[in-house]
Ligand binder design. Structure first.
Ligand SMILES: Cc1ncc(COP(=O)(O)O)c(C=O)c1O
Length: 431
């Protein structure tokens, strides 16, 4: 076996540079930190700043801004971004050879590892460019006749609702959007509303695993099991769920599931996946047509023409980084950060939280309103005065600033945000 010294002797300075890059920014420090806290209960690691400092150092960030919009898309850790650049450099030598023949076939390793993390068969998982593409394959590919009904909510993602609306115009299907309060009465109430909306014409239920508006987690299994019993297919929008909090496909029981990987997995921008339960693959039309010989092959959904192999291959490094932290530890830290600002602000009479802090109902995402102050003004003030990025959510039934920290967020950043909100509350008359 090649020892470290032997490796350096044989590779010379190039080897030295590679070793330095690995120990500086790579996985070695993260794994060492992980070993140190291995025996600690998850809840105590969530508050262990020495551990999280190692994770914070794994990113190349602009710390002059406080990015509390990790719901849009996220920066990748250095090790993932370096892999993306490396794969692009390799591709650019002779793309027809280096990209198509060397890199592209390795998408199968990514499929295998994503499937293991999600808990499905690799033959049920297609790699896409984002959650929109994944979900639209399902939404536009399920055969539906005029008059067939799709039931969803008025808090589902705008693009996904637009997609169904287009089928209303194009195919004459019926779309029903139910409403629910924020925070909801209970997870059971959410399930009752969705199930209660099913009619004899309903063919599909489409809803979020976790909403982007308030971070509400849905009782997915309860809804999917009942829908299945009634012969209704389920499309679950998991854009915000994968690698955010622990679950497996068997905890969901859905027919189709689409997620982004440039959100919580911290994979390169332009990555996602679609899960299709095996029995549905043959009947689901791909968005970009494929040969009839691939009708039963999950890869028929990846027939998108020439595209960079770098993006989807660097998902492998993101998975390694993610597994290095561990999903239980990650979710506990995200809830710890969210609770730190949310519980402090909840003391203020002007604050209204639209997110239920029960761990079964939410994780990193929280939406908060300052009553009497229009949310766009709150968000603008946070940016102008403190360089804090938050997302204004203005829904027909409520509004608030959506706050999404990530594993690289520091306590100082969270406390600055909470202090800023208190100051805005105190001076709300001036806004
Ligand atoms: C709930 C939800 N669904 C779908 C999407 C679309 O994801 P993507 O931008 O990866 O296509 C988003 C993006 O924010 C989202 O929040």
């Amino acid at each position: 076996m090649l020892t470290r010294r032997g490796f350096l002797r044989t590779t010379g300075t190039a080897g030295l540079a590679a070793t330095a890059a690995f120990t500086d920014g790579g996985l070695a420090r993260m794994h060492a930190a992980g070993r140190r806290v291995a025996a600690q209960p998850t809840a105590s690691v969530a508050a262990d700043e020495t551990y999280w400092r190692e994770i914070q150092q794994a990113f190349t960030l602009d710390r002059t801004i406080i990015n509390l919009n990790n719901g849009g898309c996220c920066p990748s850790p250095r090790v993932v971004h370096e892999a993306l650049k490396r794969y692009l450099d390799i591709s650019n030598q002779a793309p027809v050879y280096h990209m198509w023949q060397i890199l592209e076939p390795n998408i199968e390793s990514v499929r295998r590892r994503l499937a293991a993390e999600f808990g499905c068969d690799p033959e049920e998982l297609a790699i896409t460019r984002n959650a929109s593409e994944a979900l639209q394959i399902a939404q536009l590919g399920i055969p539906l006749k005029p008059g067939d009904e799709v039931v969803t909510t008025n808090q589902d993602y705008g693009r996904m609702l637009d997609t169904w609306e287009q089928r209303v115009r194009r195919d004459g299907i019926k779309l029903t959007k139910i409403s629910f309060p924020v925070p909801p009465k209970s997870p059971g109430d959410l399930a009752d509303r969705l199930i209660g909306a099913i009619t004899p014409a309903t063919r599909v239920l489409h809803f979020c695993h976790i909403t982007n508006l308030t971070g509400q987690i849905f009782p997915v299994k309860q809804v999917c099991d009942e829908a299945r019993r009634r012969g209704v297919k389920t499309v679950v929008d998991g854009a915000h769920a994968f690698a955010h909090f622990p679950y497996k496909a068997s905890d969901l029981g859905c027919d189709y599931y689409g997620t982004s990987l440039h959100k919580w997995l911290l994979a390169p921008i332009g990555t996602g996946f679609l899960y299709v339960r095996r029995e549905n693959i043959a009947s689901l039309w791909p968005l970009t047509p494929a040969s009839a010989s691939r009708d039963k092959d999950i890869r028929k959904f990846e027939e998108i023409g020439t595209h960079p192999a770098a993006n989807h291959n660097a998902i492998a490094e993101a998975l390694t980084f993610h597994e290095g932290i561990g999903i239980e530890r990650k979710a506990a830290r995200l809830r710890y950060l969210r609770d730190r600002w949310a519980k402090r602000l909840a003391q203020n009479p002007k604050i209204r939280l639209h997110t239920n802090l029960d761990p079964a109902q939410s994780c990193a995402i929280g939406t908060v309103q300052i009553t009497g102050v229009p949310t766009p003004k709150v968000v603008a003030r946070l940016w102008e005065r403190w360089r804090i990025i938050a997302t204004p959510i203005v829904h027909a039934e409520y509004e608030g600033a959506r706050i999404t920290p990530n594993v690289y967020t520091t306590l100082e950043e969270i406390d600055t945000f909470a202090g800023a909100m208190e100051e805005i509350c105190a001076k709300s008359a001036e806004l």
